[in-house]
Write a protein that binds this ligand. Structure first.
Ligand SMILES: Cc1cc2nc3c(=O)[nH]c(=O)nc-3n(C[C@H](O)[C@H](O)[C@H](O)COP(=O)(O)O)c2cc1C
Length: 367
């Protein structure tokens, strides 16, 4: 079992690095959203304060690296690299699903290395929601947290992946109830996290009621796990599974839509992820209502190259965010909430049809 999980993790990394696994037809929706440029920003770009406090932790910038990996030798290196960089930059990171190490103690090191390299950064443990409905409980959750001395734990929801994966766990009954049992017993923040298909208002509301302290929407438009599973199948022998992966490649709620669905529905912090690729996307996500932004696949690409590449990449994102804030006259992160945003096209249509306030964003800052 542990061996199987490990092999799957290796496959995921290899495929994520070498194959096309980004959404093909569906987009994040950020391309429909525009800032209203300010010719008179009336602030000093160099004095912009990017720091923000979320989950009682001060981040130097509203950016974390999303869950990627653990459980293999290569994964340990990747986690070490990312950890070193987020420590230096004052950011946070999530480790990948810790199931393999919960099943096989030898693999713990590949996750624990993150805390070794990042003694003060915000670290997020990771466990599957569907595992909670199939035998995992408080013991496993505590183990995952202790393994990396985590500041929070993400419970990932990945029904698309499980549905198309041949060996996937397809019974998602009672996942919500189990999440509720965990939040009652754990004193660290529990974050409910999708893995690339987004979280709708209805689920956000249920998750908040179940006691989760944050929601990582991980919407559609970036990495597609149906695509990853598509590439895992063998061309001829598994045409059935391959077709499933192909058909569900672009399934999900676009990230920008999901941020609005969640943030207009619940009061807990929203983490924006899924296809965030530059600092302008980050600024838009924060203006829509997210408290933190996160990305995974591009960081994986940089992390296999090294610490310098990863640091350069994350530093550039932060600089792009600073630039966006400058051009809309936002001197600090929370000020983005009062900046006008024009939502057009299919993103506006979707939100209006679902009953969300779209015009409110455009009128911000008008007094
Ligand atoms: C190789 C790889 C492995 C991943 N493994 C996990 C995981 O174990 N747990 C999890 O919650 N999300 C996992 N994710 C999903 C990411 O955390 C993120 O939600 C998703 O990739 C969308 O973000 P992106 O478009 O920036 O990559 C993984 C992503 C990648 C690329």
């Amino acid at each position: 079992m542990a061996k199987e999980t490990r092999k799957r993790k290796e496959d995921h990394i290899r495929i994520s690095l070498n194959q096309k696994i980004q959404a093909r037809k569906i987009t994040t929706g950020f391309e429909d959203i525009y800032f209203v440029h300010k010719a008179l920003p009336e602030i000093d770009k160099q004095k912009i304060d990017l720091s923000t406090t979320v989950f009682n932790h001060k981040f130097a910038a509203p950016l974390i690296v999303g869950a990627i990996t653990g459980g293999t030798l290569e994964a340990a290196k990747i986690n070490a690299t990312i950890a070193e960089v987020v420590e230096e930059l004052g950011l946070g990171m999530g480790v990948g699903s810790q199931r393999a190490a919960i099943e096989d103690k030898k693999l713990e090191k590949s996750f624990a290395i993150a805390r070794k390299r990042a003694p003060t950064a915000f670290l997020i443990a990771n466990i599957g929601g569907v595992q909670l409905a199939h035998g995992y409980g408080l013991k496993e959750v505590k183990k995952a947290i202790e393994m990396i001395d985590a500041d929070a734990i993400a419970i990932h929801l990945n029904p698309v992946q499980e549905a198309v994966q041949p060996e996937g766990q397809k019974n998602f009954k009672r996942v919500l109830e189990k999440i509720g049992e965990i939040t009652e017993e754990i004193d660290k923040p529990v974050i409910a996290k999708e893995t690339g298909a987004g979280i709708a208002a209805e689920e956000a509301r249920k998750l908040e009621a179940a006691g989760v302290k944050g929601i990582d929407v991980s919407g559609a438009g970036g990495t597609s796990f149906a695509a990853v599973e598509y590439h895992r199948t063998k061309r001829k022998a598994e045409s059935f599974q391959r077709t499933l992966g192909d058909v569900f490649w672009d399934w999900g709620i676009p990230t920008a839509v999901s941020i609005v669905e969640a943030s207009q529905t619940v009061k807990i912090p929203i983490i924006a992820s899924g296809g965030i690729r530059d600092g302008v996307d980050m600024a838009k996500a924060l203006t829509l209502g997210a408290s933190l932004t996160s990305l995974s696949q591009p960081v994986l690409q940089a992390a296999v190259k090294g610490v310098k590449e990863t640091k350069d990449m994350l530093s550039l994102l932060i600089e792009e965010l600073r630039n966006s804030m400058f051009l809309v006259g936002a001197g600090y992160v929370q000020a983005l909430r009062n900046v006008p945003l024009v939502i057009t096209g299919k993103t506006a249509e979707w939100l209006k049809i679902r009953g969300f306030n779209v015009e409110g964003y455009a009128r911000k800052g008008k007094g």
